[in-house]
Each structure stands twice: as C-alpha cells, then as structure tokens.
Write a protein of this length. Structure first.
Length: 202
C-alpha cells in the first residue's frame, strides 16, 4: 500500500495520531436517538443535564441505579456489534504508518464504552494497533469537552502541535479546536478510498 501525496503530507509530522471510534473507524447499528433520549431521562431523574460519561456516573450515582443505567447503555451499544463494519482504507493507512514508523503513537478518543470498543476490536483483531484508548469510562466530561484528548497528549507529554485528531462530528472538531490539535474529518469516496478534510488547523 502506498500513501497518496495528500495523506502522506498529513501524516508526515505528527508523532501522535488520535482517532475517533464510532462512525470514523467503525460503524454498526445503534439507535443513537433512543440512547440519548433514555440517558437524558435517567439524567433528569438524578438531577443531571444531558448525557454523562460512565466515569461521571460511577462517581455520582449509587450502585443499584448505576447498574440499571449501564445495562441500558450496553443494550444500545452492544446489541448488534455483529453488524460492525470497519473503515478499511483508514485502518490500512494506520497499520502502514505503524509498520513504517514504530515511534509514532496511536490512540482512540471515544464516547463509547470501553467494553464496546474491546468487543469490536476483538472481532477485527486490531487491539495491538492502538497504544491507548480513552473512552467514556475514563473521563468526567465527554466530547465536545477536550478532557479525553488532553489526557492522551499527557500520556506521552506531547504538545498539541505534535498530534492530529481524525473524527467525523462537530464534537470532534470542538474538542480538537479547544485542545489546539489539528483536526480532520473523514470523507468517504465513491471508489472506496477516503480523504481527510482539515476542519481545524492551528
């Protein structure tokens, strides 16, 4: 596999490549509207606004209620992981980069559960590709807050200019912009390839 010049330029300088998980690297059937409605309903009962991270819930919700919320969350995220599809062109590029430059680091920055990510990684046998996963289990504030991205930078004492973020949503854009990390949107192309469109640059 040979990188086209545009991708080669994007990946040449960053020491750290951070990738969103759902809808960027993998897609699968999830009723996200239903999930958000149910999570907001739980939040209203508990006096929280919006959808909270798992770590936040673990620190603020008693065990029985947390178990019920987590059961609902897993039902939504993991009910149909067998339907998961991988963005093969993007995955292929990441594998090539890791093989060609062992000093580059790769991380996942995701709003999904760690257990969901583990299930899909096992299904596609890609666990060894990523050096760090920061999920909803690991942060108190989810995207668009950059907490998870800042945590990833800190893991390697990396400056924002040493990293890029690849995502697909306004939340990725906002997290990258706030953290000062160059951010790219994944655009799928008709011939099966993809391109990275800069949506925020320093």
């Amino acid at each position: 596999m040979i990188l086209d010049p545009a991708l080669k330029e994007i990946f040449a300088s960053p020491k750290l490549v951070v990738c969103d998980f759902g809808e960027t690297l993998f897609t699968w059937n999830v009723d996200w509207d239903g999930f958000r409605w149910d999570m907001r309903r739980w939040g209203e009962q508990l006096g929280f606004e919006g959808v909270q991270t798992l770590r936040f819930l673990r620190e603020h919700v008693e065990a029985e209620m947390l178990g019920r919320i987590l059961c609902t969350w897993r039902d939504y995220e993991q009910n149909d992981v067998e339907s998961a599809l991988v963005n093969r062109p993007l995955l292929g590029v990441l594998k090539l980069l890791k093989r060609n430059d062992p000093t580059k680091r790769f991380a996942i920055f995701s709003a999904n559960l760690q257990s969901t990510i583990a299930l899909i990684f096992e299904r596609f046998d890609v666990s060894d590709l990523f050096d760090l996963i920061v999920s909803s289990d690991d942060v108190l504030r989810g995207k668009p807050d950059p907490e998870g991205l800042v945590k990833i930078l800190a893991a390697w004492d990396a400056a924002p200019e040493d990293a890029i973020l690849i995502g697909n949503s306004w939340k990725d854009l906002e997290a990258g912009r706030t953290a000062g990390v160059r951010t790219y949107d994944v655009n799928q192309m008709a011939d099966g390839r993809f391109r990275l469109v800069p949506i925020w640059e320093r």
